[in-house]
Design a protein around this ligand. Structure first.
Ligand code: C2E
Ligand code: MG
Ligand code: MG
Ligand code: MG
Length: 282
């Protein structure tokens, strides 16, 4: 029924279990209380610069700790998105990630970059911008150390409104990234109008690029596209040394994936930062 995935012992439930117990509604009710019961946590996956191998920052990834198990976001984010629960959950994620970023900055002296996933519904919700401004002020986190990851789908529905909002977010000093790039439907004309900083190449292209020449063509073309638009390019789901070497040869800026590090609980991420600082100082 449940299978383990990832270094942080994520549990993924197959569709059979979810269907069999008809537990969708139960799950929704439980998730509704997850915040007040303090069952949500963020893990942090390190991102590595390919130029010098340095730690560039982390992506905050949500986990739900229920009865001793960590549940994968793939198992509850879609339901949260449909039910609207993603709005309060997303607020919690923003608050926790900014709080953590500010704490690491205070304690280590480094303005550690933290990337936060923003779902389309959350992005479109009234009050999104105001909440974010409030959290930046309350936590005192350096806005330029916070990156928001949005997907192309955000652009498809109401591009003009999305572009206007992105400009305002950028105006706050935040960094902006397009997540899972290449899997959505955004046109290249729109892409050039998005005031973003970074493209994240989806892991589906990275996975087979060493064996499938079309995939390698797509990855290389995306790197050049990003660079000609003045963007930083990061590849997701990099699992092997071979993939990292290929990406470095193609001048990809950064990688994220198991070959560098898995998503880590906050305390382990903190040690990762300290080791990085130590290595730089040495
Ligand atoms: P994503 O934003 O594209 O995040 C990358 C996913 O790839 C993460 O899965 C990460 O653990 C996984 N990953 C990283 N390196 C590797 C690798 O080398 N190989 C493989 N096979 N996978 C790798 P995770 O943590 O299960 O999250 C899945 C998705 O859930 C995320 O995809 C994101 O779309 C969503 N998500 C996670 N946290 C949040 C959140 O706080 N808010 C929202 N709205 N969505 C979230
Ligand atoms: Mg992401
Ligand atoms: Mg992604
Ligand atoms: Mg994804």
């Amino acid at each position: 029924a449940a299978r383990k995935a990832g270094g942080d012992s994520l549990v993924t439930y197959g569709p059979e279990l979810t269907a069999q117990t008809g537990e969708r509604l139960d799950m929704e009710a439980l998730l509704r209380h997850a915040i007040e019961r303090d069952e949500l946590e963020l893990h942090y996956q390190p991102q590595q610069g390919l130029r010098d191998g340095r730690l560039m920052g982390f992506e905050a990834l949500l986990r739900w700790r229920r009865m001793g198990q960590l549940i994968s976001p793939a198992d509850f984010i879609p339901m949260a998105e449909e039910s609207g629960l993603i709005v309060p959950i997303g607020k919690w994620v923003i608050e926790e990630a900014c709080r953590q970023g500010a704490e690491w900055h205070r304690e280590t002296g480094a303005a550690v970059q933290v990337a936060i996933n923003i779902s389309p519904r959350q992005f479109a919700a009234p009050g999104f911008l105001a909440h974010l401004e409030g959290v930046l002020a309350a936590t005192g986190v350096e806005p330029s150390s916070i990156e928001l990851e949005i997907t192309e789908s955000v652009m498809v529905e109401n591009a003009e409104m999305a572009i206007a909002l992105l400009h305002r977010l950028r105006g706050l000093g935040l960094k902006l990234a397009i997540d899972d790039f290449g899997t959505g439907y955004s046109s290249l004309a729109y892409l050039s109008r998005f005031p973003i900083h970074k493209l994240k190449i989806d892991q589906s292209f990275v996975r087979n690029m060493h064996t499938v020449s079309e995939q390698s063509t797509i990855v290389q073309a995306t790197i050049s596209l990003g660079h000609s638009l003045g963007l930083t390019v990061i590849a997701e789901g990099v699992e092997t040394e071979q993939q990292r070497t290929m990406l470095a040869a193609w001048r990809c800026d950064e990688i994220q994936g198991y070959c560098y590090a898995r998503p880590l609980p906050a305390a382990m991420a903190r040690r990762f930062i300290e080791n990085g600082l130590h290595l730089q100082a040495a």
